[in-house]
Design a protein around this ligand. Structure first.
Ligand code: AMP
Ligand code: MG
Length: 337
C-alpha cells in the first residue's frame, strides 16, 4: 500500500472521506499523532490493531468533536465534579474512562464495558472529527512498543506501507500522550499521567488513586512494554553535572558509543558524540522526549542515556514514560502502544 503524506490543510477532506470509508488516517493532535478509524465501524477498528501490531485486549481512546457528544457514548451521567473537570480541560489532553453505552464498536473497547473518551484541541483533529461526522478511535500512530510519534516523519517511519494517509500538521505541542483518568469507579483512578496533572485532577475530583498502587492491572495497556527504542535506554534521575559526568566517564571506559538525551547544560559537560537536547524545563522535555529517543536510536548506540531529574507535576508524566522505555521487556514480546 502506498502511504501518502499530505499537509493537513490540503488533505482534510480526503482524510474525512477515508475515515467514512472505513480506512485509517494518521493525524496530528496536541499530544502525539493518532492513528484514526471510525469508532462505530468494527472492521475499520480492526485495521488499527493490524497496522500497529497491537494486542486486541488493549482498547482504543475514542475522540469526539465536542463535550456534548460524551453523553451519547456513556451509560449513566457524569457527576458535577466531573462535569467541571471537563469544562476546564476539554478540549485538551485529558481522557476519561466511563461506563460505555453507545454505538462504539466492541473491537475498539477491547471487550471492556467501559469506554475511554477524549476531546482533542488540535485544530486539525477538530476539523477531521467535524468533517467525518463520527467518533474516531485513535491510539498513538506508532508500531506497538515503539515511542509515540510527535511528527509526521515519525509516523511515516513506523507506518509506511501500512496505512494510506498521514496528515502532516507539524510537531505535536505537548509531546506525551493524554492523561487517562478512570471515572467509572467510586474513587477516580489515574491510569496514565499526562499534561493534566494529578494535582489538577484532585482540585476538581477530590482524592484520586494512582493505578501504580493497584493490583491487578486496571488499564489493559499498562501491562505491556512501551515507548522502547531498539537500543536499550538508561535513565539517570539527576540534574547534578558532576554526578552525571562521573557516571558518564565510567560508562565510556567500555569503549562503546552511547547516545545522550539531556539538557544542553549536561550535554556541554559530557560532550558525547551523539546528543539530542531534551531542553531545560519539563514542558520542553515532554515535547522532546519521544523525538529524541527516535533520533538517537537511528544511529543504534550501545545505549541511550537519559539524564533528567523528576521534580514538577508534569514530571510525573515524563518519569512514567521513561521508566517504561528503560524497563526490561518483562511481558515477553507483547507490546502496547
Ligand atoms: P494509546 O493507545 O497510546 O492511545 O493508549 C491508550 C490507553 O488508554 C491505553 O493504555 C489503554 O489501555 C487505555 N484505555 C483505553 N480504553 C480504556 C478503558 N476502557 N479502560 C481503561 N483503560 C483504557
Ligand atoms: Mg500509544
Amino acid at each position: 500500500m502506498e502511504t501518502q503524506v499530505i499537509p493537513a490543510n490540503e488533505g482534510l477532506h480526503l482524510a474525512a472521506q477515508f475515515i467514512r470509508d472505513g480506512q485509517l488516517v494518521a493525524f496530528p493532535t496536541e499530544t502525539v499523532y493518532g492513528l484514526g478509524a471510525n469508532a462505530e465501524d468494527a472492521e475499520a477498528c480492526r485495521r488499527i490493531y493490524v497496522a500497529k501490531g497491537r494486542p486486541q485486549d488493549n482498547p482504543l481512546i475514542v475522540h469526539i468533536v465536542h463535550r456534548d457528544v460524551l453523553s451519547d457514548l456513556m451509560r449513566g451521567t457524569m457527576n458535577v465534579q466531573a462535569e467541571r473537570l471537563l469544562q476546564e480541560f476539554w478540549p485538551g489532553p485529558l481522557t476519561v474512562v466511563v461506563p460505555s453505552g453507545g454505538h462504539i464498536s466492541s473491537v475498539a473497547l477491547g471487550g471492556l464495558d467501559t469506554v475511554a473518551v477524549r476531546c482533542p484541541s488540535h485544530p486539525v483533529a477538530q476539523e477531521l472529527l467535524r468533517l467525518s461526522g463520527c467518533p474516531i478511535a485513535a491510539p498513538s500512530a506508532n508500531r506497538s512498543g515503539r515511542p509515540s510519534p510527535t511528527t509526521a516523519e515519525d509516523v511515516y517511519e513506523d507506518m509506511k506501507g501500512r496505512i494510506p494517509l498521514i496528515l502532516d500538521g507539524g510537531p505535536a505541542s505537548v509531546g506525551v500522550e493524554s492523561t487517562v483518568v478512570d471515572l467509572s469507579r467510586e474513587i477516580p483512578v489515574l491510569l496514565r499521567p499526562g499534561a493534566v496533572t494529578l494535582e489538577q485532577l484532585e482540585h476538581f475530583l477530590g482524592p484520586v488513586m494512582l493505578a501504580d498502587d493497584l493490583t491487578p492491572v486496571r488499564s489493559p495497556g499498562m501491562k505491556y512494554r512501551h515507548y522502547a527504542p531498539r537500543s536499550p535506554v538508561q535513565w539517570w534521575d539527576t540534574d547534578d553535572v558532576d554526578q552525571a559526568l562521573a557516571r558518564w566517564h565510567k560508562l565510556r571506559m567500555s569503549g562503546l558509543g552511547y547516545g545522550l538525551l539531556a539538557s544542553e547544560r549536561i550535554g556541554r559537560a559530557l560532550r558525547p558524540a551523539l546528543f539530542y537536547n531534551l531542553g531545560d524545563n519539563d514542558g520542553a522535555a515532554a515535547q522532546n522526549l519521544f523525538t529524541g529517543l527516535r533520533k538517537l536510536d537511528r544511529d543504534r548506540p550501545a545505549a541511550i542515556i537519559v539524564v533528567w531529574k523528576q521534580g514538577t507535576p508534569l514530571g510525573r508524566a515524563i518519569a512514567n514514560r521513561l521508566a517504561k522505555a528503560a524497563a526490561p521487556n518483562s511481558v515477553g514480546d507483547a507490546n502496547d502502544q
